[in-house]
Design a protein around this ligand. Structure first.
Ligand SMILES: Cc1cc2nc3c(=O)[nH]c(=O)nc-3n(C[C@H](O)[C@H](O)[C@H](O)COP(=O)(O)O)c2cc1C
Length: 254
């Protein structure tokens, strides 16, 4: 006699049960890990800002990162049109989300940057020394590379004109080519460069730049397209539509 006792109903029942168990496990893990993911994302952001602030040291523990951020970095919000500080639009304000909403953003007129709208209110991070004096201002910047948008932080001296750091923390450029935007050796080339000349944005990323020229940064070799993306990004964000009015006003001095 056949030992087969399967029926369609049983098979479907088992499939449904397995699916149910799997979905409970997956959604349980997603919910359980959400807090950890949020903590890690916050820590990642703080680390990147500390790097731009010149305060990060290799091997720092998570607690030290948090403590240093708390002590030396002051997150603020800027109305990009006026260049003045403003209140956080909401407790969990995200400028990248705000840029996607018509009411909280403005169309970009320069088509080179790879995004269509910029937020009306942007985050900035004031870096203070032990005496509480602002020494740097860290500005979030983003714009297209060859393959996708690249995200970074530009740290400007308290004079509002001199670059201290440019770091990229998220990009999808080709490793070894455009991906070299994340190479510290290339990022260092930005230190001390001057953003403006006679009030106009003058910083240029170009091939074989003279390292002594205060307005030019050597382009990445074999990655002119990514370099052009960096050029367009910085030009936009320190310009009139970006942080230009804020950098001119130097609101952090008042
Ligand atoms: C597979 C592949 C990946 C590439 N990735 C990049 C890249 O990430 N960034 C970039 O600027 N150019 C990239 N290029 C090269 C560009 O097509 C172009 O040749 C280069 O930007 C020119 O730079 P150069 O004038 O310094 O030689 C890539 C080319 C190939 C074939």
């Amino acid at each position: 006699m056949s030992a087969k006792k399967e029926s369609l109903g049983k098979t479907v029942g088992i499939v449904v049960a397995v699916c149910l168990v799997c979905s409970i496990v997956v959604s349980g893990a997603a919910v359980g890990l959400r807090e950890l993911q949020q903590t890690n994302a916050k820590l990642d952001k703080q680390t990147n800002i500390l790097v731009a602030a010149g305060l990060y040291e290799t091997g720092m523990s998570n607690d030290t990162i948090e403590a240093k951020f708390e002590e030396f970095v002051v997150p603020r919000y800027v109305d990009l049109d006026s260049g003045e500080f403003t209140e956080a639009p909401s407790p969990d304000y995200d400028m990248y989300k705000a840029a996607k909403v018509t009411e909280t953003s403005t169309p970009v007129t320069n088509s080179n940057v790879g995004f269509q709208r910029r937020p009306n209110v942007a985050s900035v991070y004031l870096v203070r020394d032990e005496a509480g004096k602002v020494t740097r201002v860290v500005l979030p910047v983003h714009g297209s590379g060859l393959w996708d948008l690249m995200y970074g932080f530009l740290a400007v001296d308290a004079d509002g004109k001199t670059v201290k750091e440019l770091i990229y923390y998220q990009q999808k450029e080709t490793p070894g080519l455009g991906g070299e935007v994340q190479n510290p050796a290339w990022q260092e080339k930005w230190d001390g460069k001057k953003l403006y000349e006679n009030g106009e944005v003058a910083i240029k990323v170009k091939k074989n730049a003279n390292p002594d020229n205060p307005h030019s940064v050597d382009a990445l070799s074999g990655a002119t397209l990514t370099s052009n993306g960096v050029q367009n990004t910085i030009q936009y964000w320190v310009g009139e539509q970006g942080f230009g009015p804020f950098l001119k006003k130097q609101a952090w001095r008042s």
